[in-house]
Write a new protein. Structure first.
Length: 176
């Protein structure tokens, strides 16, 4: 009789444990689903200091500085025209580095760094890894092929930069 009582108690404990596990598991799944953003655009829309993640027309994510102007069209000269603003200047990042390597622009002009490489791009001011020459000029996140980063230069000077992911790939911007 005592053995039957022990088995009965063990079965009750086991059943109670299973019920607790099921309840906790269900709760965790529910919490995970309610914390997740509802759409892909919401999942990609995050803010990091002055860098904003936005959707671009081809449904790829872009990272741009919040002072950048809306883009209207590309030109053959490598510049992108904007409404009522100085043109946005293009710099392409490929597997071999930045093109053009060195560029002269005006103060308050915006550069768009297009990632055309097969790897990640994270634009940062020199020196690596501290990025202290122009601290605001730091993408602060990686973008991939087809994505871009825009930055408006508000300081006159010569600014070296690099891909934080591959610091041997560098470039230079001269702001007048």
């Amino acid at each position: 009789m005592e053995q039957i009582e022990k088995n009965s108690h063990n079965q009750i404990y086991l059943a109670a444990l299973i019920v607790v596990v099921v309840i906790v598991g269900g709760f965790l799944l529910l919490v995970k689903d309610t914390n997740a953003p509802g759409t892909d655009a919401e999942k990609e829309a995050t803010t990091t200091n002055t860098t904003v993640v936005n959707k671009v027309p081809d449904n790829k994510t872009s990272v741009k500085n919040d002072t950048a102007k809306p883009v209207t069209k590309s030109t053959a000269s490598g510049q992108v025209n904007t409404l009522g603003a100085q043109p946005v200047v293009l710099v392409n990042y490929t597997d071999t580095g930045f093109s053009p390597f060195s560029l002269e622009i005006k103060k308050e002009q915006t550069l768009r760094f297009n990632n055309q490489s097969t790897s990640g791009m994270w634009i940062s001011s020199n020196p690596h890894p501290t990025h202290t020459d122009y601290p605001g000029f730091d993408q602060k996140k990686v973008v991939f092929r087809g994505e871009y980063y825009e930055f408006t230069f508000t300081k006159v000077g010569t600014w070296g930069y690099h891909n934080h992911i591959n610091p041997n790939q560098t470039g230079k911007i001269i702001v007048k």
